[in-house]
Design a binder for this molecule. Structure first.
Ligand code: HEM
Length: 209
């Protein structure tokens, strides 16, 4: 769970950075969208690296969900009295938030791929280029709202996920270290949420041509 989660985190950082290209204008963004399809050419075929990344993401997703379900079952079995007493406290709250939040992110990713990769769904009028699709989508307040809700879910998932991954990998060797891990979780989750939300808000406010 921790390793596949860290791979997602790496992907999110790269994806967030790529999205910021829209601030440099539509040409820069379209060039970037084209570039991710031609990386490594002619050594690898067109979209080769992209497909390696997609397969890596899909395999990680399967493992991540499988690990979640396994842990969930184990936590259920560990409960001493199944019917009388429910576990209370933060542990239970986070466990629930991670499950429902994870499911919400999964639904968002399906919507997101239909929206910006396959263009099956459009927000606003359908557009021919990646930059025009992004600008059109985030010129609608409700388009921005959908992405804000999704990014909040992603941020909360990361907040606890980074913390949990650090625990699993045995990085919490002291109380001070645990505090540092908490700080890094908050910092990284904030960078990702803010970084992803800069383009939608910049577009909505008319700061992108
Ligand atoms: C405001 C936030 C976001 C924006 C503006 C955005 C934008 C985009 C765009 C434009 C594409 C299409 C790239 C292309 O085909 O040229 C894309 C693809 C994708 N995005 Fe996002 N994205 C955002 C957030 C996210 C988040 C939070 C996730 C994951 C939880 C994510 C996961 C993906 C995936 C999996 C793809 C498909 C990549 C592929 O296989 O081609 N995105 N995104």
């Amino acid at each position: 769970m921790a390793l596949t989660g860290l791979f997602f985190l790496f992907y999110l950082l790269v994806h967030m950075y790529g999205n910021l290209m829209i601030l440099m204008g539509p040409e820069a963004f379209d060039e970037y969208a084209h570039h991710i399809r031609t990386i490594g050419e002619p050594m690898v075929p067109e979209k080769g690296v992209l497909w390696v990344m997609r397969i890596g993401l899909l395999a990680s997703l399967v493992l991540h969900v499988w690990a979640a379900v396994t842990l969930w079952r184990r936590a259920g079995q560990a409960r001493t009295n199944r019917y009388v007493m429910k576990r209370k406290g933060y542990g239970n709250f986070y466990a629930k938030a991670m499950r429902w939040g994870g499911l919400a992110i999964l639904l968002f990713v399906v919507f997101h791929i239909l929206h910006l990769t396959t263009h099956t769904i459009s927000i606003g009028e359908p557009q021919p280029t990646p930059s025009q699709r992004v600008v059109e989508s985030f010129s609608q307040w409700w388009g921005v709202l959908i992405y804000v809700v999704a990014m909040v879910a992603v941020g909360l998932h990361l907040l606890h996920g980074i913390w949990g991954a650090a625990m699993t990998l045995g990085l919490n060797t002291s109380l001070k270290r645990a505090e540092q891990i908490r700080f890094v979780s908050i910092l990284v989750a904030t960078i990702i949420v803010v970084g992803f939300l800069i383009p939608p808000f910049a577009i909505l406010l008319g700061l992108v041509p």
